[in-house]
Write a new protein. Structure first.
Length: 82
């Protein structure tokens, strides 16, 4: 019962962070929300007894992909500075 509730709560938060990342105008904020979504997804994989997939998701999805996005955004010009 508690496990089902935990799955539902994590999945709802994953959906909310994904939606907010799409709707957000600030690119850096969207990348941070995607990193949070990826970490929550790795938590969900761990709760589903797939620790190898959870480690890969946390390392690649939250770590490496976020770093690449931040470096790409760093090379762009922000609209607020004009």
């Amino acid at each position: 019962m508690i496990e089902d509730t935990a799955h539902a709560v994590v999945l709802i938060i994953i959906i909310c962070t994904g939606y907010l990342a799409i709707r957000l105008k600030d690119l850096l904020g969207a990348v941070i929300l995607l990193a949070v979504m990826s970490l929550l997804l790795s938590l969900e994989f761990y709760m589903l007894h797939a620790p190898d997939v959870a480690i890969a998701q946390a390392g690649i999805g939250a770590g490496l992909t976020t770093a690449i996005f931040v470096l790409a955004i760093k090379g762009t010009k922000r609209m607020e500075e004009e």
